[in-house]
Design a protein around this ligand. Structure first.
Ligand code: SF4
Ligand code: SF4
Length: 175
C-alpha cells in the first residue's frame, strides 16, 4: 500500500485537474487573475499536507521562502503567491464554485459558494449549479482528512506525535 504522502500527492494532482477544468468551464464568469489576492489569508493545514508541501519545496530547491508578517498571507509577494506551485489544496479552489452540505437550515441542504467577485453578471438560477460544474468540498475534505489520519498513524508507528494542524508559515522553520 502506498504511503499517505503519496496518496496526498495523488489527491493534489486530481484536484488540480478538476480545478483547471472548472476554471475553463466557468471562464466567462471567473475573474480571478494574477495580482488579485483578496481571498488569501494565513492558513494552517493538516500535517500530511504540511510535510508533503515541505518535501516538494525541498525537491524544487525552494529553500529560501519569502514571508511578510504584515500581509494577510505572509507568502504573498507583490500580490502574487510566492509558493504557488506548492500552495495548499484549499488555495487551489479559490474562485471555483464549491458545493457543500449546509447545516444552517432545518434540514441539511446543498449550498454553493464562490467568491463574490465572480459570477457577477450571471443569472444564477439559469446557471444550474450541479455536481458536474462545482467542486464538492465536503468530499475533498473527507478524503484529505482520511489520508491525514493514516499519516498521523504512520508517524505514531515511528514514535512521532503530530499536532492536529500546523501553521503554513512554519515551513520557514524547516527549510
Ligand atoms: S499560500 Fe499562496 S494562494 Fe494560499 S493564501 Fe497564501 S498567498 Fe494565497
Ligand atoms: S477568488 Fe476572488 S479574491 Fe481570490 S483571486 Fe479570485 S477573484 Fe480574486
Amino acid at each position: 500500500m502506498i504511503n499517505a504522502i503519496e496518496r496526498y500527492k495523488q489527491l493534489r494532482r486530481r484536484v488540480e485537474k478538476d480545478c483547471e477544468a472548472l476554471s475553463k468551464l466557468h471562464a466567462d464568469n471567473i475573474v480571478c487573475a494574477a495580482g488579485c489576492c483578496d481571498c488569501c489569508t494565513n492558513l494552517s493545514v493538516f500535517p500530511v499536507e504540511f510535510y508533503s508541501l515541505l518535501e516538494t519545496l525541498k525537491a524544487n530547491n525552494q529553500t529560501k521562502l519569502h514571508f511578510d508578517e504584515s500581509l494577510p498571507c505572509g507568502f504573498l509577494k507583490d500580490s502574487l503567491c510566492s509558493i504557488y506551485q506548492s500552495r495548499p489544496l484549499i488555495c487551489m479552489s479559490h474562485g471555483i464554485p464549491i458545493v457543500f452540505l449546509n447545516d444552517e437550515f432545518e434540514e441539511l441542504e446543498y449550498s454553493v459558494s464562490f467568491c463574490e467577485k465572480n459570477f457577477t453578471n450571471t443569472d444564477l438560477d439559469a446557471m444550474k449549479f450541479n455536481g458536474n460544474n462545482t467542486l464538492n468540498i465536503d468530499e475533498l475534505n473527507s478524503e484529505l482528512s482520511q489520508i491525514n489520519c493514516d499519516f498521523v498513524d504512520e508517524c505514531k508507528e515511528k514514535g512521532l506525535e503530530m499536532p492536529e494542524r500546523i501553521e503554513l508559515r512554519r515551513l520557514l522553520d524547516f527549510l
